[in-house]
Design a protein. Structure first.
Lengths: 758, 141
């Protein structure tokens, strides 16, 4: 299993190369990776269905209990199969949809990276691994949404998605760390067994809220739902993938995963049901504002996510309907939503528009896509004989068992919009004249929708096929063995009546849709997105204010502030450190040292008298060179060489910078404040050094390094062994900073040159 | 700058300084030296050459653009740190082996990464500044 996740990441990194070798066929070639993973996970089905779980673990940072541990039960297996299975068709679809795009190689890499992170997320058992994967999905989806990075709208949608989901990720991190602290374990599988302890813990509420914020932002729950429809700026394969199987389901997955540990309290069920229902209704209502296929589908995704969260809230309140309903509706939604998105993209690709008012008679020219859309729409509407019908039935049974009548009424309203949308989507295929010149797309474009819709039909007709896995998923969500016999035809029961009512309301709404749409689309509605925009704007304004106040642009002023501030702090520390003590014994200066010190003093004084900037830099070098020679006399050749080199290069750099500044003129006379600050700072540092000498020197570390350097680091140069071996990680951080600084300088200079050009 | 002496000597100095920088890099583990110092010497060599012969000539003597070197340097350092990880030891444990009779270890490879990164980053700054300076020579003080 570790190998499966690793191979997904490696495959993603190799994707651009594969694209270079295979060109147009890369989509089919690369699809072998998710396909192979699907087969692998399918081979684990018998084990998981038998009620066993699989767990693999590799140490990552064992001292911090961070492990690469993966855990497979019904829930993670269903997600893994969806991610890899739908991923297979998405990759194939990409090959047809983005044919010839100059950045296709990059796209393959990012979408496979996304798949790999998502796979790692649903399989992760360790909390840190889970969180790392969680953030990776946020990052990769940011890259995917902003794939058309030359468009302002894509960039804005991408940053919005990133801000919302990564902001929620921060809350999630805090929540997960709290959970680990409460349960005394970093492995989720162990935490699940400690539900009693967790729920009775005084931190329970805090941890719950934090985890919920993380899950709600990721799964686009009200009031964070707005980023999802905006993310429609992404190329269609991304929308299909993000909104069917993955990303947005990550939050749902996490809630379902933690249900046995955190669920079962009043606050859990009521919060999830409230937010789920609010999201369902928000998504359903806003659907009516749009005519763009992708936007319509996006809002219906928001609604479906609300329904799933609602279902998780029902799990502890119901015998088994909640858990089974969740398991069934999840699969149904992934299948029909993935198929519908891909079909919408195919229509856009072939007919050139996604506006349902401009599409007509498509069935005659795109029959294969038409069949796929029809079947998926049946599932969306919740009609027999497809899986969507069964999923919704069981959810209604769950609601009937545990929810009050008014909540059921609202849920029916929310689901009814699904039926309306199904009509809105299918009517353009059958009504009116077919457009000229439009034809069926290549197999890569219709294969995915057809297979996914076909699966929905197959499982709908023979629910026994899915029943064992559904039971395994339900058991994982419920936290106790659960089984239920899925049937296509459950006989006449209250749920069937609700279904009939849903369809009737849905059809009714369809007839008012055109008028409703025209009315609702008139002006932008106020919503939580306004708060997001206001927050960002406020932040930028605050930054501008601060910048105007603090960044005057004069380097001299900055230096005065920095050194005056530093002097203040050092002075304060000295003052609070108690009475000053002179060092007891100091060795006398040797003649060579005396000469050097005299030279340095002379150099320092000379700098004060000079009027040319360039000459000042050179003369200041005397002081630096003097220090370097002093190091040499003290048997510190390493320090000495470094000091010399840094001194030289600094002089070169400053000289080059000075050349940039035109009309710099001479150093102005006077400037007594500058001189005062310099004197103050120099004096304080001297006092500080003298004070340090009066303390006994701690030789602990020196001795350690001197002893271990040769036997353990195999080097006689202690300084170097410390740098590259003992404290290698620090050095790595430092060179990363050096590299970034280099990049920054490059970017700034480039900008400077561009500004000068006109 | 257009002085014959600088132009002639800089050719020899450039080679010598580069040799010195590699020497410093490789001896660093046992004697004074190391990747950081070695890189500084190499930057000095290139800065000198650029001063005497112009930026284009100096750039031609680079195998890769400076910022690319930064990337390679970081990659080399990272890979050297990962070797231990794949041998099931904690990240960045020094791994030593013998290559054609020469003792080689991941810390030395790491130091080469440091060398490349520091060299690339500093050189990118110096070249960049010199390039902008070259445009407006008459206005310089």
């Amino acid at each position: 299993m570790i190998l499966a996740v690793t191979s997904a990441f490696l495959g993603a990194l190799l994707a651009p190369l594969v694209y270079r070798w295979l060109g147009q066929l890369a989509g089919w070639g690369l699809a072998l990776l998710p396909l192979g993973l699907t087969v692998y996970f399918a081979s684990l089905l018998p084990t998981v269905v038998a009620g066993e779980t699989v767990r693999h673990s590799a140490a990552w940072v064992p001292t911090l209990s961070v492990n690469f541990s993966f855990y497979l039960d019904g829930l993670s297996l269903l997600f893994a199969l969806l991610i890899t299975g739908i991923g297979t068709f998405i990759v194939i679809y990409t090959g047809g949809y983005l044919k010839g795009h100059p950045d296709l190689g990059r796209f393959y890499m990012t979408i496979l990276l996304f798949m790999a992170s998502m796979l790692g997320l649903v399989l992760a058992d360790n909390i840190v691994t889970l969180f790392v994967m969680w953030e990776l999905t946020s990052l990769t989806s940011y890259l995917l949404i902003g794939f058309n990075h030359t468009e302002f709208r894509s960039r804005r949608a991408a940053t919005q998605a990133l801000f919302v989901t990564a902001g929620g990720g921060l809350a999630l991190l805090a929540g997960l760390v709290l959970l680990a602290g409460m349960g005394g374990s970093w492995e989720i599988s162990e935490l699940l067994a400690k539900g009693e302890v967790l729920r009775a813990h005084p931190w329970y509420l805090g941890a719950l809220v934090l985890v919920l914020v993380g899950a709600f932002t990721k799964s686009a729950q009200f009031p964070f739902h707005f980023w999802l429809p905006n993310a429609m700026e992404a190329p269609t394969p991304v929308s299909a993938y993000l909104h069917s199987a993955t990303m947005v389901k990550a939050g749902v997955y996490l809630l379902a995963r933690l249900q046995p540990a955190l669920g079962g309290t009043e606050v859990w069920s009521s919060t999830l049901m409230a937010f789920g229902l609010a999201t369902l209704l928000t998504g359903a209502t806003l659907t009516f504002r749009h005519t763009d296929l992708k936007r319509l589908l996006a809002y219906s995704t928001v609604a479906a996510l609300g329904a799933l969260v609602f279902a998780i809230g029902l799990v502890p309140l119901t015998s088994y309907y909640g858990a089974v309903g969740f398991a069934t509706f999840l699969l149904a939604h992934s299948l029909y939503k993935g198929g519908l998105f891909m079909a919408a993209g195919a229509v856009d690709h072939e007919a050139g528009t996604r506006d349902i008012n401009q599409l007509s008679g498509l069935f005659r020219v795109m029959p294969i896509t038409g069949v796929a859309v029809g079947l998926s729409a049946l599932s969306l509407a919740g009609l027999p004989p497809v899986l969507g019908f069964i999923g919704k039935e069981v959810l209604y049974l769950a609601a009937l068992q545990a929810a009050p009548a008014w909540i059921i009424g609202l849920a029916v309203l929310g689901f009814a919009v699904g039926a309306t949308l199904a009509l809105i989507l299918t009517v353009p295929f059958f009504r009116g004249q077919p457009p000229t010149g439009v034809h069926e797309g290549p197999p890569s474009l219709w294969l995915g929708p057809v297979v996914l819709a076909g699966l929905g039909l197959l499982v709908g007709l023979f629910p026994g096929l899915y029943n064992p896995l559904a039971d395994a998923v339900a058991s994982a969500v419920k936290g106790a063995p659960t089984s239920y016999h899925l049937k296509l035809w459950p006989g006449f029961n209250p749920a069937l009546l609700l279904s009939l009512l849903t369809v009737a309301v849905g059809v009714g709404l369809y007839f008012v849709y055109p008028r409703l749409q025209a009315w609702m689309a008139q002006d932008p509605l106020p919503g939580p997105e306004n708060a997001y925009v206001a927050l960002l704007r406020g932040l930028l304004r605050l930054a501008a204010r601060l910048e105007q106040t603090l960044q005057s642009g004069s380097l001299r002023a900055y230096l005065v502030w920095v050194f005056a501030g530093l002097s203040g702090l050092v002075g304060l520390a000295l003052w609070r450190g108690g009475p000053f003590r002179w060092p007891g014994e100091t060795s006398a200066l040797s003649p060579a040292q005396l000469v050097l010190v005299a030279l340095m003093l002379l150099g320092g004084l000379l700098v004060l008298r000079l009027r040319s900037h360039l000459a000042m830099v050179v003369v200041a070098g005397i002081v630096g060179a003097g220090v370097a020679l002093l190091f040499l006399l003290q048997n510190a050749p390493d320090l000495s060489i470094t000091q010399f080199l840094v001194e030289t290069l600094t002089a070169i750099l400053i000289a080059l910078v000075l050349l940039q500044i035109r009309n710099i003129g001479e150093v102005p006379r006077g400037r007594w404040l500058d001189k005062l600050v310099a004197l103050l700072f120099g004096g304080l540092v001297t006092v500080l050094m003298l004070g340090m000498l009066s303390e006994p020197i701690e030789l602990h570390l020196t001795q350690f390094f001197a002893e271990k350097s040769l036997p353990e680091g195999f080097g006689r140069n202690i300084v170097n062994v410390i740098l590259v071996d003992f404290r290698g990680l620090d050095t790595f951080g430092e060179i990363t900073v050096v590299g970034l600084a280099g990049l920054g300088v490059y970017a700034l200079l480039k900008r400077l040159r561009r500004e000068e050009k006109p | 700058m257009n002085t014959l002496i600088l132009k002639t000597t800089s050719r020899f100095l450039f080679t010598l300084l580069l040799l010195l920088s590699v020497f410093l890099l490789l001896r660093g583990h046992n004697e004074p030296g190391g990747g950081f110092i070695g890189a500084l010497v190499a930057v000095g060599a290139y800065a000198l050459f650029a001063l005497a012969h112009g930026l284009t000539a100096a750039r031609k003597l680079l195998p890769l653009p400076p910022l690319r070197l930064v990337g390679w340097g970081l990659l080399v350092a990272l890979l050297s740190a990962l070797v231990a990880f794949f041998l099931n030891k904690p990240l960045m444990t020094g791994v030593w082996f013998s290559l054609l009779g020469v003792k080689v270890g991941t810390p030395v490879i790491f130091d080469i990464g440091v060398y490349l990164t520091v060299f690339g980053a500093l050189l990118s700054a110096i070249f960049g500044l010199e390039e902008t300076a070259d445009r407006t020579p008459e206005e310089a003080p």
